[in-house]
Write a protein that binds this ligand. Structure first.
Ligand code: MRU
Length: 342
């Protein structure tokens, strides 16, 4: 199962809005369709958004008629600035766009056709690197898992969110590979149900013992002693370790602290934003109120009821037991341990 891939000169993605009812693929061949795919969560999850942005640049520049590299660079800026507006929180998007720009700026004396090739190579490299990074994070994280552990996860930080087997779910896949028997509880993750639609589907497909719960059941499970560890992904981590992830993650971290359950964040270095001192500066995406008034397209609340719909929240570093990256496991104080990653 490939969430995102370059295939026959197009970007093939799994249309995640159709899961779990249908495993449908979309072949994207232009910049605008990629922008909308990101915006509408057809492709989603921080690392996958970064990869999508990289390919978005390829699609946006491949028909450029620029005759000079100066003109090419100007067009590139327009394309990357457009993609920057697709979604605001996952820093991987901005990270990938900067990487694409850097390639062109470093070879600014080359011809536009050379630069187009270079962009494709870089987007493919970002994809390949993500695969290796997932494996490395998985191996580090699996060291924290004991056999028969019961793990709670939120949203989808798995294969559907990356080019490989995921961040938080990568830890679970790796632990299973090492022969550790595990049980997973997946939060449904309102409002758009990434946990119910995507994580439970993905884990079942990979033969992991998964039980779906509503978000408001997590506290009770912890009280009953049913959860050993929590693993989640992240969309942006500030220089002090504060971590933005899908709305509802912060409440899990507070509950974990109260019940003395380890709370782990798994994220690649591309998810760190060293320009932000703390999580209060992380831009939080506000999404369409209809996502809350409806469940899977069906109205469940009064048509015009006021809605507040932040897509992410920020977990303060003090509530995070460790952050697992491809470079190793980071512990408190994060200001210090994160500095090593720069
Ligand atoms: O709105 P989404 O579905 O893109 O949000 C995704 C998440 O919050 C994930 O937990 C996060 O991106 C980590 S993905 C490996």
């Amino acid at each position: 199962m490939k969430t995102i891939q370059w295939r026959k000169n197009k970007v093939r993605i799994i249309d995640q809005t159709k899961l779990p009812l249908k495993l449908a693929y979309l072949d994207l061949d232009n910049l605008k369709s990629m922008w909308w795919a990101i915006r509408k969560l057809k492709v989603r999850g921080a690392p996958a958004i970064g990869i999508a942005a990289g390919f978005g640049v390829v699609l946006g520049m491949r028909n450029s008629h620029a005759k000079t590299s100066l003109k090419f660079k100007q067009e590139l800026k327009r394309v990357t600035n457009y993609l920057r507006k697709a979604r605001p929180t996952a820093v991987n998007l901005f990270w990938a766009l900067e990487r694409m720009e850097r390639q062109v700026f470093a070879h600014h004396h080359k011809s536009p056709s050379f630069l187009k090739e270079l962009l494709l190579k870089e987007a493919l490299k970002i994809t390949q690197e993500d695969r290796d990074i997932c494996r490395r994070m998985g191996r580090f994280g699996a060291g924290l898992v004991k056999k028969n552990d019961v793990i709670l996860t939120h949203c989808n930080a798995g294969a559907l969110a990356t080019a490989d087997y995921g961040t938080a779910l990568g830890v679970i896949y790796e632990a299973k590979k090492q022969g550790k028997k595990l049980k997973v509880y997946a939060d449904e993750t309102r409002p758009v149900l990434q946990g119910a639609r995507l994580t439970s589907w993905e884990l079942m497909k990979n033969k992991i013992d998964v039980t779906l719960i509503c978000d408001n059941m997590a506290a009770q499970l912890m009280k009953e002693g049913k959860i050993d560890k929590i693993f989640v992904g992240a969309d942006r981590i500030a220089a002090n370790g504060d971590a933005a992830n899908k709305i509802g993650t912060y409440s899990l971290a507070v509950l974990a602290d109260f019940h003395k359950i380890p709370f782990y964040v798994v994220a690649p270095v591309s998810t760190f934003d060293f320009c932000l001192k703390s999580g209060k500066d992380i831009p939080i995406e506000q999404r369409n109120p209809q996502e809350v008034r409806e469940v899977f397209g069906k109205q469940v609340a009064p048509k015009n009821v006021k809605v507040y719909n932040p897509a992410f929240d920020v977990t303060p570093n003090s509530l995070i037991s460790a952050i697992i990256t491809e470079r190793g496991i980071l512990r408190k104080p994060y200001e210090r341990s994160l500095r090593r990653l720069k």
